[in-house]
Every structure is written in structure tokens, then in C-alpha cells.
Write a protein of this length. Sequence first.
Length: 406
Amino acid sequence: MTRINMENLKDRYRDWVLFKRVLTYLKPYGQWVALAILLLLGVSLLNLVGPYFTKIVIDDHIKSSDLEGLDVIAGLYLAALTTSFLFQFLQNYLMQYIGQKVMFDLRSKVFAHLHKMSFSYFDKNPIGKMITRVVNDVEVLNEMLTSGLILVFSDLFTLTGIFAVMLYLDWRLTLVVCIVFPILAWVTRIYRLKARDALRKNRAHVTELNSYLEENLSGMDTVQCFNQEKNNLDKFTQINQDRLNEDLRTVTYNAVYMPSIDLFNSLAVGMVIWYGGGRFVQDEIQLGILVAFIQYLQKFFEPVRDLAEKFNIIQTAMASSERIFELLDTPEQLPDSVPNSDDFKIRGAIEFKNVWFAYSDENYVLEDINFSLSEGESLAIVGATGSGKSTLVNALCRFYDIQKGD
């Protein structure tokens, strides 16, 4: 057994093409997806009311000792929290339901496609690789659908809503904090490119690890017969080390980027306190607006952090979907079959004329084979090990297609 080659990591499929194909599997459940998106938008809107209620309480009710007004705001806030909880429950249930249905459909399609591939396909592709496609890669797609793709729209909507409210509260404070946004966007772009490469390579190493493990376990008798335990352990250790290195790369990028978001958040809050505090001292801004603005600013960076985490989920899913669609795009190679019937009987003569066959393009196993059998006639196929007896039978059954001859 030899170590399998690393899979091609080039972008044969652009991310937007992959997104488009993944979304086609959501079409049968389009009405449920639309409802889930509406619920998400409702949750995002309800999450924006808290800081604004704080502004109203400080500026309108605490100053005037209006306890009745405080009771009203508290009741409204409790109602908003309760409604948000119900919306989140329904949205989570819907997306989990949709994700499970899509997984069922996709696994069935991949499994059915594998049944239409010839023996030669499985000779060239390890079984562990196929198992990874049907089980692991489809599961990664489910994670994207349930906790990645749809929630990205919620985070983007939340960011837009918070920015709009901050502009409404005080456009001068908003312009001050906008200073950090270009730097944050630049850092985010660098992180996205680095993390994408690491995550793609990580998925390839997962496939390689599964394939090599399956090869060794299924061929353990051969491994032990030829005393290859140490050699195979060394190869497995190298594959495992390669995956560890990519995991550590991803961990390093996250360890740098996540604190960077907190740093930009702290810088933005500090700038608001410095500039807004000066304006408050000069009676140019109300205290409630300043407090609410800081709360909105802190909320603004929460979706930014969430988007970074969801980016990892989406990029991992894109790598998995690329491998799934690569398999589904492989042309079917199953030979034409006879109709399925309980009364079917083999009749007629068999004849090989100048038949040549090779598992690869160069090394022929069968060379210029000629024989004919009449109906009812028998033929014994004998020969040394490796002479092509099994290959001849496989060609006769059309498990493989010959290169030359009739």
C-alpha cells in the first residue's frame, strides 16, 4: 500500500458556483427557508431595541423620576425578549429540519451515483475517500446550512441595522468610530485568505487520513504477513502530522484575529468615550444617547466576530462541497445492463477477438486474447498467479471495458 496523492487543491470550482449548487438543494424546502429568514430578521430587529430602551430610560424617565414610565419600558423589554426567544426557537428548529432533509437527499444522490461507477473508478479511488464524501463532507455541509449560511444574512442585517441606528442617534460619533473600520476590513481580508487556504488543505488531509486508515485496516492480514507494521505506522504518522500542522495554522490565525476584533472594539469605545464624553461635559449630547451608542457599538462587533467564526464553517463546507460535486460530476461509467428478470437465462456463444486490456494506459494485462465458446460449451481458465485469469473474467462480465478488440 502506498500513500495516496494529495487531492488537487486548486479552485476548480469558484465559491459562488458552489454556493449556487448548494442552494439548489434548498429549493424543495424554499417556503421553510423563507420563513426561517423572516424569523431571523425579526430576531435581529428585536435585539436592537435594548440599547434604545436604555436611552429612553436614562433621558426621559430617570431624570424625572417617572416610575410608571420605567414599568412600561421594562414590560416592553420583557415582551421583546420573550418574542425573540420564540422566534429563535422556531428558526433553529426549521433550519435543523431543513439541514437533515438536505443531508438525506445529498447522501442518497451520492450513494446512487457511486453505484453507477465502474470497477476501474474504485481501483483508482480509495474506499476511505468515498466514505468521507458520503458521511463527513455531507455532514460539514449540514453544519453550514444550519449554523452558517443563513445566519450570515442575520449578522449582515444586524450590522446594517446597528449602523443605521448609530447614525440616527449621533452622526458625529458614528464618523469618529468609522476610523477603525477600514483597518478592521483590511485585517479581516488577510485573515480570510489565510484561513481559507489552511481549511482547504485540512479537508484534504482528513480525506487522506481516512483513506490510508481504511487501506490499512482492510488489508491488515497483508500488512502483518509482510511485516510492514512499522513502515505503515511511519507513513500514518506523517499524514497525521501534516493534518496537525494545518490545524495549528488555523488555530494560529484564529488566535491572532479574534483578539484583534476585541482590540478594535476597545479602541472604538475609547474614542467614543473621549469624544462623546467631551461633548457631554459641554451639554452637546445627552447621557442616554452616549450610553446607548456605546452599547450599540459593542453589539456591532459581536456580528463581526460571529462572521469570522461562520467564515470558517462556510470555507470548510466549500471545500467539502467541492469534493462532493467533483464526485457527482464524474461521468457515469456503468456498462449497459440487461433487464432485471427472474426468468433471465444466459444464451448464445461467447467470442473474444484480439482483446487487449490494461488497468492503466501502458501496462497491458491481456494481450491479443482470442477464443470462442459455443452455447453449452465449457472452458477452464488456468495459469500462474498474476497471469490475468481474474482480469479475463472481469472483462467477460464487463466490469471493465477493453481498450482494443471485440
